[in-house]
Design a protein around this ligand. Structure first.
Ligand SMILES: Cc1cc2nc3c(=O)[nH]c(=O)nc-3n(C[C@H](O)[C@H](O)[C@H](O)COP(=O)(O)OP(=O)(O)OC[C@H]3O[C@@H](n4cnc5c(N)ncnc54)[C@H](O)[C@@H]3O)c2cc1C
Ligand code: SF4
Length: 594
């Protein structure tokens, strides 16, 4: 069934496209899908390579089929959690290794994603500590994302009205709900309806099964008024008749074996989910290895006229023209592009008359969690529990109807349990021989763990700007971070660890370990908010349709426009917002209003 080898229409740099899109991840891919389906002529520029992704991922390859059992070559190094905690960026500076990668490559099967993520030697950044994970290839981070696909609610969109901190979003759940529905139906999502106002249900396909330990925890949590639900996965479990590039999930259990990725594309990724169908419309031209370094301006109108980009192989620069420009280069890269686009008209960078570009940077923090043993499961027959694309999600329960005395906003937990093809407990179990094997097998399915994802508040003083001297391999100034977690996050983290223990104990799960430490900033890979939306051009960068206040034919369609992070994973919201904005942009382009 796979994959369109070279379907892209000829890239014509003399032509003025209806839209030039920068980046091909969740945001850029969605923009390409929506605009081409409206008949717009679109050019998509992607900095990374077009990989033969199935060859990269080889999801079902056994460890013994790989020369290093899945590890990267010896001249490669992945940054460890400890390095992020004690060193400062640029992390690859002075490294004896030829290639240095972010922490996602620090583990099992790292060789399968080394061509997907960036080499920190080519892509440095400076400033405060940050575990910045970037993917540079067609599809960006969606090739390896964790697939947890959650909606935001009015507890998030109207959080400021609820607790008085920050700004409300200029939209409410009712504005976005129809677009979440479109994303669900077009891309497929697996889940179980729970009817929670703070975690709205989607149009779910078949949910994955909870393990007995998870059922036990769910029942206990229900008595506390809390909800554990099967992992809401951006995975098609029933199949998608309208998309020939994707298959339904066969429950091969390969999701967690490596850094991520699904070579039958049951898990959503932007190329097979969005870009290949967009190419099939005949309205999309795609150029990879094209790193945009500037949005160009029409001096007469002040509007965006297109972009300038570098061919990453040859280093040559080119220009592309568009009636509109959409930035979907990911939260921090889109902010970098706006800041790089300085001109006499826009001396602080484009769309930055408010001075807010790069600011109000927010995300989720991670670290606190709990690990335990469900004694009733010891010695029980083994079950096939890793044949599912995710385990469970425990929805936020803080600061909904009540108000916590120490912090505002909330957190949720992602967790996992059950029998795996390779039992993790084998590593820590002492002994040898038959008794050792029996012990490992008896206990293999009895462990359960979960880790929190907490909302980091947006603060003006948490920001990125351009480093005045450090440049990337192509001579483009890099980002400098000024970003730290604050008091609210630290207090929330303490509560996260306490409540995790409390919930396990209430469910009669023996607590083996509680982690109280917050991981370095950036670990969640959910960067958000550097070009936030709002109604006031003095305090926000884009309007509710992600159109820049200062430059109406320039849109920022990725996570930069989040006003606050919420505690739910962002990708489904990024795509719903982008769909809504592109519907409107197509309409405006047709009317000649842009
Ligand atoms: C291991 C992992 C697990 C994750 N788990 C989850 C999860 O469970 N749930 C969830 O919601 N999210 C998850 N995420 C985050 C999710 O992947 C992102 O939210 C999503 O991919 C963001 O989409 P994006 O289009 O903004 O950015 P990306 O997917 O990063 O795409 C941006 C693209 O733009 C390109 N680009 C950058 N700069 C330029 C330039 N100057 N010119 C041209 N192109 C450029 C990049 O090469 C890239 O292809 C995870 C991410 C990772 C890595
Ligand atoms: S479990 Fe499903 S989604 Fe995960 S890799 Fe296998 S087929 Fe893909």
């Amino acid at each position: 069934m796979f994959l369109p080898a070279e379907k892209s229409g000829e890239v014509d740099l003399k032509k003025t496209y209806d839209a030039v899109i920068v980046g091909s991840g969740a945001a850029g891919g969605m923009a390409a899908h929506v605009l081409t389906s409206h008949g717009m002529q679109v050019l998509l520029l992607e900095a990374g390579k077009k990989l033969n992704i199935n060859k990269e991922l080889r999801s079902m390859e056994w460890p013994y089929d790989h020369p290093r059992r899945g590890d990267m070559p010896p001249d490669c190094h992945a940054l460890s959690g400890r390095e992020y905690a004690i060193r400062n960026p640029p992390y690859a500076q002075g490294s004896p290794y030829k290639h240095v990668y972010s922490y996602v490559e620090d583990g099992n099967g790292s060789d399968y994603a080394k061509d997907i993520v960036v080499d920190e030697k080519d892509h440095p950044f400076t400033g405060t500590r940050y575990a910045w994970v970037r993917a540079r290839c067609l599809g960006g981070k969606t090739n390896i994302w964790g697939r947890l696909a959650l909606r935001l609610s009015d507890y998030d969109f109207k959080a400021a009205s609820h607790d008085g901190y920050g700004e409300d979003w200029p939209i409410s759940y009712a504005d976005l709900a129809p677009y979440y529905d479109k994303v669900d139906l077009y891309l497929g999502i697996s889940g179980h309806k729970e009817n929670l106002p703070h975690l709205p249900d989607g149009l779910f396909q078949r949910a994955t099964r909870l393990t007995p330990a998870e059922v036990q925890l769910r029942a206990s949590l229900a008595r506390m008024g809390r909800v554990l639900t099967p992992y809401r996965a951006g995975v098609t479990t029933d199949g998608l008749k309208h998309n020939k590039y994707r298959s339904r999930c066969y429950g091969r259990g390969a999701c967690d074996r490596r850094v991520g990725g699904c070579d039958i594309h049951a898990a959503f990724d932007s190329p097979t989910g969005l870009i290949f169908p967009a190419l099939d419309t005949g309205n999309l031209a795609l150029r990879t290895n094209a790193t945009v370094f500037e949005v160009t301006v029409d001096k007469n109108t002040g509007k965006a006229s297109g972009v300038s980009f570098i061919d990453t192989d040859t280093g040559k620069t080119y220009a592309a023209k568009g009636r509109s420009v959409l930035l979907g280069a990911s939260t921090l890269e889109s902010a970098r592009l706006l800041l790089l686009s300085k001109s006499t008209l826009y001396p602080n960078g484009m769309a930055n008359s408010s001075g807010h570009v790069g600011h109000n940077f927010c995300e989720h923090f991670m670290g606190p969690g709990v690990y335990g043993l469900v004694k009733d499961r010891v010695g029980k027959p083994r079950t096939l529990d890793d044949g599912r694309p995710g385990s469970f999600y425990l929805a936020r329960f803080r600061n909904l109807s009540d108000r916590h005395s120490k912090f505002i906003r909330g957190y949720g937990f992602e967790g996992d349990s059950g029998t795996k093809m390779f039992p993790d407990n084998a590593y820590g179990t002492p002994g040898f021989g038959a008794a050792y094997k029996k012990h490992v097998r008896d206990y293999a399915g009895a462990f359960i763990g979960m880790g929190g994802f907490g909302e980091v508040l947006p603060r003006y003083e948490n920001y990125v700007d351009l480093d005045p001297s450090v440049k990337d391999r192509w001579g483009v100034p890099v980002l400098r971070f000024h970003y730290r977690f604050g008091d609210n996050e630290k207090k929330m983290a303490a509560d996260m660890a306490d409540s995790a223990r409390e919930m396990f104990e209430a469910a009669s799960i023996e607590v083996l370990a509680v982690n109280r430490e917050i991981l370095t900033e950036g670990y969640s890979i959910h960067e958000l908010g550097t070009s936030r939306m709002g109604t006031d051009p003095k305090t926000s960068v884009v309007n509710q349709f992600q159109q820049c206040h200062d430059v109406k034919n320039l849109l920022v369609v990725d996570g930069s426009t989040h006003v606050s992070a919420s505690c739910q994973n962002p990708t489904w919201t990024i795509m719903a917002l982008c769909w809504r904005s592109c519907d409107r942009l197509a309409d405006e382009l047709k009317k000649g209003n842009v």
